[in-house]
Design a protein around this ligand. Structure first.
Ligand code: PEP
Ligand code: MG
Length: 577
């Protein structure tokens, strides 16, 4: 038995065999073939099969991800239909007696090199696509499974270095018990996907994870951030009991998922969800969310080779807004940099990327990125309850600058006669300590705040949120963070503005009594947590929780604070299996 410490990425427990998600290396034989015609025949068949595979992924991506994500696969199909690429591959087979797989990979490499050398960013980015497609055909010719997940046959815990969005599109989710990744963070793609699906996940469990033999039993405790390899039977039994208890709690909470969260003394809080695509939107509705407190727009930009166009973004945002009708949807403008890298944007490597030119800082110097997103959002917001929120605000002047760009976009659309939303609420994320400290000034500039405790904890505690070695410090239950939360709420209320929270803390059962006591107006969390937090709020009195919050903020450690909550709100222990 071995315990691997990682970062809690998605709540819950699972027990099952590990499935190592690793790509098999392509080993291509260079010996000459005897019958070039037969080889061309093999090539043509493999290309047809590759097109079928791509079409299937495209359809699947359309159903699960956004249309923009799916378009990557359309582009892949077009590459396979390129006459020059085909002619060059066949020529290598006839002239050099090369095998079909060797000819395909050589040609793909030559074409990719030409593309990569072009100064136009769009074309240079196509190089990766060509290599992707070439390897797909070669894999078919070599009889290697389409993706590692094609070998997934029994319900398993997926272990990987980290997973890309296209990896996850292909995974049969009914066979996924949980995720654990060697690298990655609580905000990596895998983590966010897992939370949306309500599947337990641990990130950053370390390289050792990748040495665990396929099929070995694993316990994943996504709430604590721990992976137990080959557990002793008694421990396995204990975890299975906890898992069962958690399922009972979830099922009971689901019975009242669609009822509002009104405290015993009549205070109603808004219960909304954090989502990143249409799939999340549907899950939000199923779990009784009353709208969206954080629409992460990063996914539209990841795993592709060029910026999504304004029209693509419009389609994606509109599809999500349509799921919610008149319910509020807060769209957060692009938040990249830090642990979210996007190669085609040509961003310079920074020594401390979390402290660098990320999110709004980047958008303000890159109108080519910022404006199409704002225009698309404004267009998608027509007749919907759209709100726009800027991430990583440190100063009031940044808010004014962002507002100016938004106004420019509005004027442009007006001039062009393009329908767009007017009179929408504009807010900011409070996730940098400087913003929390001058919240009174910032409150004058905006309609609302949403507190991002994931970043607020890392910056307040000076503890990288992706580093498992300091994950104990990057904890929003520290009084230093909670006191900032208190001050932000007071500052906003003094200006008559409302405050939400979209950091992970708002979906923490043990935090709910404190946040209610501090007067938080809106709670936004991963969809599966909505029913449970609603149930907790319904059983609390906001007035009484005010005293609890004051007491909690005088303590020193997260553990002391959690113990206090358990002592004062005993029923809560039954809700956190
Ligand atoms: C946060 O920082 O709390 C937040 C919600 O944003 P993200 O996790 O996407 O950085
Ligand atoms: Mg953040």
């Amino acid at each position: 038995m071995e315990r691997l410490k990682g970062i809690p990425a998605s709540r819950g427990i699972c027990v099952g065999p590990i499935f190592q998600f690793v790509r098999q290396k392509l080993v291509i034989d260079e010996t000459a073939v005897e019958d070039p015609d037969a080889e061309i025949n093999r090539l043509e068949k493999a290309i047809e099969k590759a097109k079928d595979q791509i079409e299937r992924i495209y359809e699947k991506a359309l159903g699960e991800a956004s249309k923009a994500d799916a378009e990557i696969f359309h582009a892949h199909k077009m590459i396979l239909e390129d006459p020059e690429l085909l002619a060059s591959t066949k020529k290598k087979i006839t002239d050099q007696k090369a095998s079909a797989e060797f000819a395909m990979m050589q040609t793909a490499q030559e074409f990719a090199d030409i593309m990569a050398a072009m100064s136009d960013e769009y074309f240079s980015a196509r190089a990766t696509d060509i290599m992707d497609v070439g390897s797909r055909v070669a894999r078919i010719l070599l009889g290697i499974a389409e993706t590692p997940s094609a070998n997934l046959e029994v319900q398993s815990v997926i272990a990987a270095d980290d997973l890309t969005p296209s990896d996850t599109v292909l995974l049969d989710k009914s066979l996924v018990l949980g995720f654990c990744t060697a690298r990655g963070s609580a905000t990596s793609h895998t983590a966010i996907l897992a939370r949306g699906l309500g599947i337990p996940a641990v990130a950053g469990a370390g390289e050792e994870l990748l040495n665990v033999e396929d099929g070995t039993k694993l316990i994943v405790d996504g709430t604590k951030g721990e992976v137990i390899v080959d557990p002793v039977p008694a421990l396995e039994e204990e975890y299975l009991q906890r898992k069962k208890a958690a399922e009972t709690i979830q099922a009971k909470a689901m019975e009242h998922a669609n009822e509002p969260a009104v405290s015993k003394d009549g205070v109603q809080v808004e219960m909304v969800a954090n989502i990143g695509n249409v799939e999340g939107a549907k899950s939000a509705i199923d779990n009784g969310a009353e709208g969206v407190g954080l629409l992460r727009t990063e996914f539209l930009y990841l795993e592709r080779n060029s910026l999504p166009t304004e029209d693509e973004q419009y389609e994606a945002y509109r599809a999500i807004l349509d799921v919610f009708g008149k319910m509020p949807v807060i769209l957060r403008t692009l938040d990249v940099g830090g642990d979210k890298e996007i190669p085609y944007m040509g961003l310079e490597q920074e020594d401390n990327s979390f402290l660098g030119q990320r999110a709004l800082r980047l958008c303000l110097v890159r109108p080519d990125i910022f404006k199409p997103q704002l225009r698309a959002a404004l267009r998608a917001g027509v007749d919907r309850n759209l709100k726009i929120m800027f991430p990583m605000v440190a100063t009031a002047s940044e808010v004014r600058a962002a507002g100016q760009v938004l106004e420019e976009c509005r004027q442009e659309l007006k001039k062009e006669g393009v329908p767009h939303a007017v009179d929408i609420e504009i807010g900011i994320m409070v996730e940098i300590p400087s913003a929390a400290l001058v919240a009174d000034q910032l409150a004058k500039e905006v309609d609302f705040f949403s507190i991002g405790t994931n970043d607020l904890s890392q910056y307040t505690m000076a503890a990288d949120r992706t580093n498992p070695k300091v994950s104990d410090l990057s904890d929003a239950f520290f009084p230093a963070v909670l006191r900032l939360v208190r001050d932000v709420i007071i500052a906003a209320h003094t200006e008559g503005k409302w405050v939400g929270m979209c950091g992970e803390l708002s979906g923490e059962p043990l935090a709910a009594p404190i946040l209610l006591g501090l007067g938080l107006d809106e709670f936004s969390m991963s969809p599966p947590m909505v029913p449970v937090i609603k149930q907790i709020i319904r059983n609390l009195s906001a007035g009484e929780m005010k005293g609890l919050a004051e007491e909690a903020l005088e303590l020193e450690t997260p553990d002391e604070i959690k113990e206090l909550v358990k002592e004062k709100v005993p029923f809560i222990t039954d809700l956190i299996a």
